[in-house]
Design a protein around this ligand. Structure first.
Ligand code: C2E
Ligand code: MG
Ligand code: MG
Length: 630
């Protein structure tokens, strides 16, 4: 009556998948739990499908009770199968049906009702009944199809409505394929009931899930039975804020040097030995490996850190040995207590990696304790980095202009362009925060150029004469200044807008002057293209007047700190310095002028130009135009 030639091989293949899946460590995250349910429920359905079909066929050899139990179990698992596939689909889109109580209960209701009806069948005969002549389908037998199609509709709804939540196209297509296979499976079951075909399609769906999402090796570091940093991120992201975690970072001291000394292959084997040691000795915890000899043990709030460090430390006092291998390594530690949630797993991981790097460099005898503050400041930096990417991508840096006035009459002669960026809620982030970060990660090149181009466009689109402005200063970071193609890039922008390069002055700081010969070459190249230079923040760094003399600056800006020091405690040094600059044919600007007294004093000791809140704060371009148009 039944043909088992699809169902039996399906069960065998599923067994292989189960064996593989269980032979490797699995990360305790929801998705893996779901997959486990899917595997168990499907194995049960296929097994019961074969057994109950066989028993129905040979009903004379079994008691009625046995037939009822086998068939009821089969149908119950069949309904559960519809639900577990749906639950998995929801999870791929990071929806957790069990999270919202009511919603979760409603979503489970159909299959639970169906199971209850099935279990009542011995008395009601609704789904099936067993009579003298064996198995019979009941009036509600088609529930099998209704329930399955219902959950498939839910799944397709999720796939469509939440498609943006899954950025990888491969993932979206795979989960779509899984559900299409299920559609084909349930339809084939209706068309060819005797072939027991559906199990094969469900198996195909499981194989797609395994290949796309579930292969445990996605989360494993190949060197040993230990999780990788993707696993760390996914685990923390899913459990963020829910658990009180402790983490212990372990650093193999001088990893690179050790690689040079012992050779790459030996060190890889050593890392493998360490992994095994950690897995064996810390079975209750999750162990991760993050490249370059850095491990993380993640535990709950009761993890005995001191004890763990003592244990691992003394293990490292012994060599790591195997066959022909004998490695002498040292370990450094970083400890973290996460009492609250962290902004993201990335922020935590970055903070830990930085701390581990530090521990390694310092050759610290004590572990470095990473506290909330350190993680937070790292989070902030991560946020700023993300915003910088956005600003560079979307060309959305804002440029504010602050007037620079003539000291003798307070009238505007120029302006300084100062960049501004905003966080996601629209608040301004000060350049003192984002410029150093942009300088560290190189984004300053694009950002600085953006500010430069926006200023050039401003010059092009507005009549500077009407604003009373002869030039606008733009800041140039030492990082940008080091680029050999700077002159060409900036010249191209000047040409694009066809403005006079002399209307833009570039402010550089003394930091840019460290490499003497490069400085001179760069300035000459830029000078040849008619760019003018201003020395910014004079008095904050190491200054050498003879060196300054050799550089074609047109103006020196006295840093605010120098100006304020002089105001609070006048001496002969600053006035003399200003005279020296004038001898060198530089004009002088004083920054940070906040009141009339300061303006007068700085004018009297010879400053040509003044800049500061007393005259105006930096203004958005439109406000600047409104205020200074004549
Ligand atoms: P800076 O080039 O020395 O710019 C002057 C800074 O002093 C500005 O701060 C300005 O708002 C502030 N300031 C002006 N007058 C007063 C005053 O009377 N009192 C006080 N307390 N402060 C005053 P801001 O805009 O926060 O910029 C800070 C620094 O960030 C700048 O110092 C500059 O080094 C850097 N920066 C800003 N925009 C850019 C840019 O586009 N590129 C580069 N490379 N650096 C930039
Ligand atoms: Mg400046
Ligand atoms: Mg300055």
């Amino acid at each position: 009556m039944w043909d088992y030639s699809f169902a039996v091989p399906s069960l065998l293949v599923l067994t292989i998948i189960l064996l593989f899946y269980f032979s490797l460590p699995r990360l305790p995250i929801r998705m893996n739990g779901n997959f486990l349910n899917t595997l168990i429920v499907n194995s049960a359905v296929i097994f019961l499908d074969i057994v109950s079909s066989w028993a129905d066929e040979h009903y004379t050899q079994h008691t009625v009770a046995v037939l009822y139990v086998l068939n009821a179990l089969y149908f119950a698992f069949f309904f559960a199968r519809a639900y577990v596939f749906f639950e998995y689909t929801a999870n791929v889109f990071r929806l957790d049906p069990s999270k919202k109580l009511l919603q979760g209960a409603l979503l489970r209701l159909p299959f639970i009702v169906a199971i209850v009806i099935t279990l009542s069948s011995p008395w009601t005969g609704l789904v099936f009944s067993i009579r003298e002549d064996g198995y019979h389908s009941g009036q509600l037998y088609n529930l099998v199809y209704y329930i399955f199609y219902l959950y498939l509709i839910f799944s397709f709804f999720v796939i469509f409505a939440y498609r943006r939540r899954v950025p990888r196209r491969r993932h979206r297509y795979s989960i779509l394929l899984v559900n299409l296979l299920l559609v084909v499976g349930i339809t084939a079951r209706g068309m060819y009931p005797r072939l027991l075909l559906m199990d094969t399609f469900c198996l195909m769906a499981i194989i797609v899930l395994y290949l796309t999402f579930q292969n445990p090796e996605f989360y494993l570091e190949l060197r040993g039975p230990i999780f990788n940093s993707t696993a760390f991120r996914d685990y923390i992201d899913e459990n963020n804020g829910k658990l009180h975690h402790k983490a212990l970072g372990i650093v193999v001291h001088n990893y690179h040097e050790m690689r040079d000394i012992y050779g790459g292959r030996q060190i890889d084997r050593g890392i493998s030995l360490i992994s095994n040691y950690l897995v064996e000795n810390f079975q209750d915890y999750l162990i991760f490996y993050y490249r370059k000899g850095r491990f993380i043990i993640l535990g709950d709030k009761d993890m005995p850190m001191e004890h763990a460090m003592g244990l691992i430390g003394s293990r490292f006092d012994q060599p790591w040995t195997a066959d022909d291998l004998e490695l002498y390594l040292e370990a450094e530690f970083v400890t973290v207590e996460m009492s609250d949630s962290v902004e993201s797993a990335d922020a935590l991981l970055n903070a830990m990696i930085l701390a581990m790097e530090k521990a390694d460099k310092l050759d610290a005898t004590e572990p470095i304790a990473l506290d909330r503050l350190a993680i937070e400041s790292n989070e902030k930096e991560t946020t700023v980095k993300r915003l910088l990417e956005k600003v560079v991508d979307e060309d959305s840096a804002e440029v504010y202009l602050q007037p620079i006035v003539r000291a003798t009459n307070g009238e505007i002669v120029g302006a300084e362009a100062l960049s501004r960026i905003r966080d996601d809620s629209g608040n301004l982030i000060p350049p003192t925060v984002f410029i150093p970060i942009a300088e560290r990660n190189g984004r300053i090149n694009k950002l600085g150029e953006q500010v430069f181009e926006k200023t050039v466009r401003f010059v092009k689109e507005n009549s500077l004469d009407k604003l009373g402005v002869s030039w606008i200063n733009v800041n140039l970071s030492p990082i940008q200044f080091m680029r050999p193609d700077l002159d060409e890039r900036y010249d191209a922008i000047i040409k694009k807008y066809d403005i006079d390069p002399r209307s833009i002055h570039l402010e550089i700081t003394e930091e840019s002057m460290e490499d003497d010969s490069f400085l001179r070459r760069q300035m000459q190249a830029m000078d040849a293209k008619n760019f003018k230079f201003v020395l910014d923040d004079y008095g904050t760094g190491y200054s050498n007047l003879t060196r300054l003399k050799k550089c074609p600056f047109i103006n020196v800006k006295l840093d605010m700190s120098l100006v304020w020091d002089y105001i609070s405690e006048p001496d002969e040094i600053l006035p003399n310095m200003i005279q020296a600059f004038k001898h060198m044919k530089f004009t002088v600007t004083a920054e940070g002028i906040e009141n009339e007294d300061m303006a007068n004093i700085m004018r009297d000791i010879g400053c040509d130009f003044l800049q500061g809140y007393y005259f105006s704060k930096p203004l958005p371009m439109e406000e600047f135009i409104e205020k200074y148009s004549t």
